[in-house]
Design a protein around this ligand. Structure first.
Ligand code: ZN
Length: 227
């Protein structure tokens, strides 16, 4: 395709920037092969581009075209970085939400009232007590998880041992807990069972027991785990 000198001039910045279409590139190269004037402009533009704008070109139109090409290149680079950063942020958020929803699985079911007296019934509400009192409880959740949050007024790092009620020596699970990570979630439990907990290395403080994990609590747990 034959093009005029003015079209060739319009295409030159994109050609220098190597961002014009294949058809435009072929048409421009055909024109440059035949037109010494445009070929000269291309050479000047290329020199100016390679010297990163430091060459002294008196042709102001050439300079402005090169500067336009450079702006286009910067904008495209910025756009690529922006898209990459957006993809990384979205992937991170999806991963956090996925893990949060997996923690929230098997939440507390319909409240159950007809269970034996003295049982800590988490189907009715959360239960708050001291560390010492918590060790004496028989806990019923009717779900597959028990969430234990310890609040102590001091730095600590310890463990929570989960066992079946009345089987003090039979450890089912062990959860790490500290003032930095004060919540421990025991999962994959049998809903109809009664459980007991005991603490090691945990100072006196208050304990909140729950069968549920709220959305924000789950997100916070995932984030603290990552950080
Ligand atoms: Zn020409």
């Amino acid at each position: 395709m034959k093009i005029s000198c003015s079209i060739a001039e319009d295409l030159l910045p994109l050609y220098v920037d190597e961002s014009c279409s294949q058809d435009s590139k072929i048409a421009l190269e055909d024109h440059l092969a035949e037109c010494s004037s445009c070929r000269e402009k291309y050479k000047r533009m290329k020199v100016h581009d390679l010297s990163n704008g430091r060459s002294t070109i008196s042709d102001t139109r050439t300079v402005s075209m090169v500067s336009y090409a450079r702006k286009v290149r910067c904008y495209r680079r910025f756009l690529r970085v922006l898209i990459l950063v957006t993809i990384i942020i979205l992937a991170f958020l999806m991963s956090v939400l996925g893990r949060a929803f997996s923690i929230m699985q098997h939440q507390r079911t319909t409240p159950v009232t007809d269970i034996e007296e003295g049982t800590c019934n988490l189907t009715l509400s959360d239960f708050v007590c001291t560390v010492e009192e918590a060790e004496e409880l028989s806990i019923f959740t009717n779900s597959t998880q028990i969430v234990v949050t310890v609040t102590a007024g001091t730095d600590f790092s310890g463990s929570i041992i989960l066992r079946k009620t009345n089987q003090k020596n039979e450890r089912i699970m062990l959860g790490k807990i500290s003032n930095k990570y004060p919540t421990c979630v025991f999962t994959n439990l049998i809903p109809e069972s009664r459980y007991g907990i005991s603490f090691e290395g945990v100072p006196s403080g208050s304990v909140r027991l729950s069968g549920d994990v709220s959305f924000w609590r789950a997100v916070w747990m995932v984030l603290t785990d990552i950080i």
